[in-house]
Design a protein around this ligand. Structure first.
Ligand SMILES: CC(C)(COP(=O)(O)OP(=O)(O)OC[C@H]1O[C@@H](n2cnc3c(N)ncnc32)[C@H](O)[C@@H]1OP(=O)(O)O)[C@@H](O)C(=O)NCCC(=O)NCCS
Length: 180
């Protein structure tokens, strides 16, 4: 199944969203390497080995990647999301998602576009809600972005995240129902 594309970002850039396949692995690795290096949004504290990366971003998931046509950086991935059940069985209708945007494409509407597409996609797959289970409390842009997409804070895990300086920050759990 493929999401409709191209889609314009708020700056009118044509964004191409496609279901990821094997040819996207290396580009997504490069993007996730940047995210891990920033250290302020995902739990890995070093770039994962290949198998762990594949488990985290591909296996058992629907993964959608975003490209913005750019002649200077034709292979560069602008963003991505994954969608998977957060739990098995009786709670398998609650999805978990991860959304990332490359630093150079941030604050141009791509995160919102990926988030909205992720929610549409989740509905199409029959999910009844989506949970972000580890939003770093100091990641204010992500918290604001998800609130704007209708997510509510449903919990706080005190000190769940170890920062580079050895201090700890909380993780926020955010939930969005997909049923009225
Ligand atoms: C969080 C993230 C996905 C948002 O993506 P983005 O493309 O930058 O977000 P958008 O441009 O769609 O902006 C979303 C909202 O946040 C606001 N925002 C984005 N960047 C901002 C900034 N630097 N300062 C203030 N507000 C900002 C926008 O105003 C926008 O609100 P609007 O829709 O009312 O205009 C992106 O910053 C990112 O990938 N960060 C690192 C990974 C991460 O944190 N992932 C989420 C983990 S829970």
């Amino acid at each position: 199944m493929s999401v409709s594309f191209p889609i314009e970002s708020k700056d009118g850039l044509p964004v191409q969203l496609t279901l990821a396949d094997a040819q996207d692995i290396e580009s997504l690795k490069e993007l996730y390497r940047v995210i891990v290096g920033e250290g302020n949004s995902y739990p890995h504290d070093g770039f994962p080995a290949h198998e762990e990366f594949m488990d985290y971003w591909f296996r058992g998931k629907k993964t959608v990647v975003a490209h913005v046509p750019d002649r200077e950086r034709p292979d560069q991935m602008a963003g991505a999301f994954y969608l998977k059940p957060n739990w098995p069985g009786r709670a398998g209708h609650v999805a978990n998602a991860g959304v990332i945007v490359a630093p150079e494409w941030r604050n141009q509407g791509l995160g919102r576009l990926l988030g909205e597409t992720m929610l549409d996609y989740a509905k199409q797959f029959g999910y009844r809600g989506v949970i972000f289970n580890l939003v770093f409390s100091e990641n204010l842009i992500a918290r604001k972005s998800w609130e704007k997409l209708g997510f509510c804070q449903v919990g706080v895990i005190p000190g769940a995240i170890r920062k580079n300086d050895g201090a700890y920050q909380d993780a926020i759990i955010m939930f969005r129902s997909l049923v009225s």
